[in-house]
Design a protein around this ligand. Structure first.
Ligand SMILES: Nc1ncnc2c1ncn2[C@@H]1O[C@H](COP(=O)(O)OP(=O)(O)OP(=O)(O)O)[C@@H](O)[C@H]1O
Length: 474
């Protein structure tokens, strides 16, 4: 394929892209390399080099069509940032070419892009002008940018005083308002707090409808969720380019194999080691939970530091990030209670909890449907439920001034370490045909730590887990 090929249809075109670094064992070698080869040449002697070659990227070719979202995955040091920097033209390739069509906005590693001595306000103008936005247009967009970043008075402080979260907030807000054709996100979302990350994810999902997105992340689930395609790099080489799900699966399989190899593949069955743990346990609370499953390992896990601790950050009605609805009801509170009915500031994966949603009726209404979603850091809905099926034949009428309370009892899943948030909503009508009366994005958030859960989005309590040796039959 020629590098001049149809850029109309392609946003990014890279051919045999390579980056070579010269690694010097000591600073003096750099000086020797500058001076001595000329001397050897002048004296007609064989040249000697004082560095070791290191290829951070080697012969990487790919193209990205307009509107595609491509994930870049790979281990630390595999060349992902090097590749993106060359796409953004902030790093010059040693060999190969890269062409980019249209305006490109990038959130690369922290520290790049802003002048640290300038205030946030000055950096908004500086960055905007560098992106080619005229000054009067920038003035019009300034409030939108500041609104999106939501960093308060820090906008007039020098950027060097910002936390990494504030820095990313401002950088993302600018990138979101420069009419980019292509957006490049390099792990930037891993430093924001959960509410901001969700806001960015909502923005990215909208952006995907028309723009091209390159997304680098170690979070392979997010890559599958967000990207149609993925590129896997290892030691600077492209290993695979294909459907995101296939590439991630192959990558994880390779990681797993590498992990096993480094452990010496030492997992072996001892004779007679077969056992089955955890018979069906009744629910200790005696509460009306039908077919409740208690994870058979809870007793063991709860006695260790590996308890899946879940720290809850309560609902704050005066600090709602994003909401919508027709307004016949208004959610007043969303909270988590433990099995004993005590408000939770902390719980554990595997424990029984209630999510309660309390709403004030503002207009005469009937058939309310309360619901919730629990989402991970990137806004992927992990699970949720609503009251429709339980109450579909119950009209439930209410008048202004009355309050309604919905309660969902469930076992908190075992959650991978990370930040989570809860959307709460109340609608009226039926499952198929309803009007959202009030929906609150990220009503409250929580943080899970010390997880033994490594694969998938959530761990569900395991009824039993067994391992047994199957005897050979003659
Ligand atoms: N200026 C430099 N001089 C020498 N080596 C460099 C330089 N910049 C990067 N490298 C090396 O190039 C390789 C690729 O780095 P790169 O930052 O692109 O990896 P990455 O896949 O983005 O890693 P991570 O996931 O840790 O961010 C690494 O081994 C890194 O040490």
């Amino acid at each position: 394929m020629s590098s001049e090929m149809l850029l109309d249809d392609l946003n990014i075109y890279a051919e045999r892209l390579s980056k070579r670094y010269e690694i010097y064992a000591q600073p003096a070698d750099r000086l020797k390399q500058m001076l001595l080869p000329r001397l050897w040449r002048a004296m007609g002697r064989v040249e000697q080099s004082y560095f070791r070659e290191f290829w951070a990227l080697r012969d990487v070719s790919f193209s990205v069509r307009r509107g595609e979202t491509v994930g870049i995955i790979g281990r630390n040091g595999s060349g992902k940032s090097t590749l993106l920097q060359m796409v953004c033209n902030t790093l010059h390739p040693t060999e190969g070419v890269v062409r980019v069509h249209g305006r490109i906005a990038a959130l690369l590693e922290l520290g790049a892009g802003f002048n640290r001595e300038f205030t946030g306000r000055e950096n908004v103008y500086l960055s905007g002008l560098l992106y080619g936005i005229p000054e009067d247009e920038l003035r019009k967009r300034f409030d939108l940018i500041v609104d999106f970043a939501d960093i308060g008075n820090f906008i007039d402080q020098p950027v060097k005083t910002y936390s990494s979260g504030m820095y990313v907030r401002l950088a993302f807000a600018i990138a979101a308002h420069v009419d980019a054709d292509t957006l490049i996100i390099d792990e930037a979302l891993s430093v924001g707090d959960v509410r901001f990350t969700q806001k960015c994810m909502r923005y990215l999902r909208e952006f995907q409808k028309h723009g091209t997105l390159l997304f680098v992340s170690h979070d392979t689930t997010a890559v599958i969720n967000l990207c149609s395609r993925a590129i896997w790099l290892d030691s600077g080489r492209m290993i695979m380019d294909g459907a995101a799900k296939d590439v991630v699966e192959q990558y994880l399989a390779a990681q797993h194999a590498a992990d096993r190899k480094s452990l010496g593949d030492s997992v072996a069955l001892r004779p007679g080691a077969s056992k089955t743990r955890g018979e069906d346990k009744p629910d200790a609370s005696g509460s009306e939970v039908s077919a409740d499953v208690v994870d058979s390992r809870m007793d063991i896990l709860n006695g260790t530091a590996q308890r899946n601790l879940v720290e809850v950050f309560e609902f704050d009605a005066s600090n709602i990030n994003s909401e919508f609805g027709a307004g016949a009801l208004r959610i007043q509170d969303v909270r988590l209670r433990d099995e004993a009915g005590v408000l939770c500031r902390m719980t554990y994966g595997g424990e029984l909890v209630d999510i309660e949603i309390e709403a004030q009726v503002l207009e005469p209404m009937q058939r309310p449907i309360f619901g919730f979603f629990i989402k991970d850091r990137l806004g992927q809905r992990l699970f949720g439920d609503n009251t429709y099926i339980s109450y579909h034949d119950d009209l439930i009428q209410a008048e202004p001034g009355q309050r309604l309370l919905a309660r969902f009892r469930f076992r908190m899943p075992i959650l991978p370490t990370g930040d989570y948030s809860v959307d709460a909503a109340v609608a009226t009508g039926t499952q198929e045909n309803h009007t959202q009366q009030h929906w609150i994005h990220d009503a409250f958030t929580f943080k899970a730590s010390e997880s033994t859960m490594r694969h998938g989005l959530v761990g569900i309590p395991m009824h039993t887990i067994g391992i047994e040796r199957i005897e050979e039959t003659e």
